[in-house]
Design a protein around this ligand. Structure first.
Ligand code: FAD
Length: 272
C-alpha cells in the first residue's frame, strides 16, 4: 500500500527539528532509519501529516567517551554499534544484542535511538538499555532533559517522549571487563525475539560481584530481573541456576522460557 500524503521536512540542527515538531503539531513524526516507521506508514497504521527526517543530523551519530560513561548518538546505526570499539570495550552487551537484530540491510539503516523510541516490546535493545541503567537525553521546546530507562519505557510501543521531543543521546555507564551474553529465542534466524535475556556479569576473585539482567518480550515493555541480580551478588558461579529460577514474566509459558534463557545467558556471560 502507498502511505497517506505527508509533508517531508529536513532540519539541519536538533533545535530546528524541535521547532518543526512544535510548528507541525502532534500529528507530525520524526523519522530516523525508517525501518519500523515506513512499514507502519505503508500499512496505513499511522498517517502523520509531516515527517521530520533527522537522518541529516550528523551531531546525533557516533559514540563518545564521557568519562565513566559512553554517549551513544540516537542516529548511530545498528551497524555502527556492532563495530564501535568503545562499545566493544565498555558495553559489550550492546554489541552482542545488536548482532542479533534483523539482517545486515536493516542494521545499516536502523538506528539505536529509533529502536528505543519505537518501544516494540519484542525489540532487542530495550532490555539491555534497562539492565545497563541507560539514561535518555531528550531535546524539546523547553530545553534538554534526562530520563532513566526505567522511566522511559512506559508501555506497549509507548515511551516518556512528548510529541514535540527528540531523543538525541543515550548515556550508558561503562561496564569495562564485564562478561556479557544475549540469549535470544526466535523461530528462525533474523526473526524477532519470542523471549530473550540480556545478561552482564562482573566476576571478582571467583565470585559474582555484580549482575545485570534484562528480559525481552515478556510484557508490554522490557523487564529487569532484579531478584535474579540480587540473588547473585557475592555468590559463586554455581549459584546461577538457582538464581535464574527467580526470573519471572507473570505468564506460565514465558516464565519457563525466561528462567531457562536466564540460566543460559548468565552461564555464557561468566564464561566470557
Ligand atoms: C525486516 C525487519 C526485521 C527487524 N528485526 C528486528 C529484530 O530482530 N530486533 C529488533 O530489535 N529490531 C528489529 N527490527 C527493527 C529495527 O531494529 C529498526 O531499526 C528499529 O526498530 C527502528 O529504528 P529506525 O531508526 O529505523 O526508526 P524509525 O523506523 O525511523 O522510527 C521508529 C519510531 O521511533 C521514532 N523515532 C525514531 N528516532 C527517534 C528519535 N531520535 N527521537 C524521537 N523519536 C524517534 C519515530 O518517530 C517512529 O515512531 C526489524 C526491522 C525490519 C524492517
Amino acid at each position: 500500500m502507498i502511505p497517506a500524503e505527508f509533508r517531508y521536512l529536513c532540519p539541519s540542527t536538533v533545535d530546528e527539528a524541535v521547532r518543526m515538531l512544535v510548528e507541525e503539531g502532534e500529528d507530525a513524526k520524526v523519522i530516523a532509519g525508517g525501518q519500523s516507521l515506513v512499514p507502519v506508514l505503508r500499512m496505513r497504521l499511522a498517517a502523520p501529516t509531516a515527517l521530520i527526517d533527522i537522518g541529516g543530523l550528523t551531531e546525533l551519530t557516533g559514540v563518545r567517551d564521557d568519562g565513566d560513561s559512553l554517549l551513544i548518538g540516537a542516529m548511530t546505526t545498528h551497524y555502527e554499534v556492532q563495530r564501535d570499539h568503545l562499545i566493544h570495550d565498555h558495553a559489550l552487551l550492546l554489541k552482542l544484542v545488536t548482532d542479533t537484530v534483523a539482517d545486515p540491510q536493516v542494521r545499516h539503516r536502523g538506528t539505536f535511538g529509533g529502536s528505543l523510541c519505537h518501544a516494540d516490546p519484542a525489540g532487542d535493545l530495550l532490555a539491555p538499555a534497562l539492565a545497563l541503567d541507560a539514561v535518555m537525553i531528550i531535546a524539546g521546546p523547553g530545553g534538554r532533559r534526562e530520563v532513566p530507562a526505567s522511566e522511559f519505557f512506559v508501555g506497549y510501543f509507548e515511551t516518556a517522549l512528548a510529541p514535540d521531543e527528540i531523543l538525541i543521546d543515550v548515556r550508558v555507564p561503562k561496564y569495562t571487563g564485564w562478561g556479557a551474553h544475549y540469549e535470544k529465542l526466535n523461530r528462525v534466524a533474523q526473526a524477532w525475539s519470542i523471549v530473550a535475556v540480556a545478561a552482564a556479569v562482573q566476576i571478582s576473585g571467583g565470585t559474582i560481584a555484580a549482575a545485570r539482567v534484562g528480559l525481552t518480550n515478556v510484557g508490554s515493555g522490557p523487564v529487569r530481573a532484579v531478584d535474579v541480580e540480587s540473588a547473585l551478588v557475592g555468590q559463586p558461579v554455581s549459584a546461577i541456576s538457582d538464581a535464574a529460577l527467580l526470573a519471572s514474566s507473570g505468564d506460565g509459558y514465558k516464565d519457563n522460557l525466561a528462567r531457562v534463557l536466564t540460566d543460559r545467558a548468565l552461564t555464557a556471560a561468566v564464561a566470557g
